[in-house]
Design a protein around this ligand. Structure first.
Ligand code: SF4
Ligand code: SF4
Length: 112
């Protein structure tokens, strides 16, 4: 069989008989792709008391895994949370936090 021939010829099918393939019924979305499964050693934990709500971690996270949530704290109207379904545990947020409010903890540790 000549591999360079179109599949329809190799399968001896007309285009009407060809099975559906290469059709995307829904556009690709990284939201559905849980990259947090890749995390193996450590995950970030945010200390809400230390956090000054500067949102630097939100800006620096390469996986958009820091979420701004409408949880008021003192004079702030928002807080930050980690989206563990997508966080890959790179530690950039912890390295960039100006007040060391993010600690990279053992993956097996439960987060409240
Ligand atoms: S550890 Fe990395 S991926 Fe996870 S929230 Fe921090 S910066 Fe984002
Ligand atoms: S970088 Fe640190 S202080 Fe700033 S919002 Fe994130 S956790 Fe809070």
């Amino acid at each position: 069989m000549n591999q360079k021939e179109p599949l329809s010829k190799r399968m001896k099918l007309s285009w009407r008989e060809m099975p559906f393939a290469g059709i995307m019924f829904e556009p690709g979305s990284s939201v559905e792709y849980k990259t947090g499964d890749w995390r193996i050693e450590r995950k970030p934990q945010i200390d809400g008391e230390k956090c000054i709500r500067c949102f630097i971690c939100w800006i620096f996270c390469p996986d958009v895994s820091i979420k701004r949530v409408p949880k008021p704290y003192k004079k702030h109207i928002e807080s930050v949370e980690v989206d563990y379904y997508h966080c890959k545990g790179c530690g950039i947020c912890a390295a960039e936090c100006p007040v060391n409010a993010i600690e990279m903890i053992e993956e097996s540790t439960d987060v409240p």
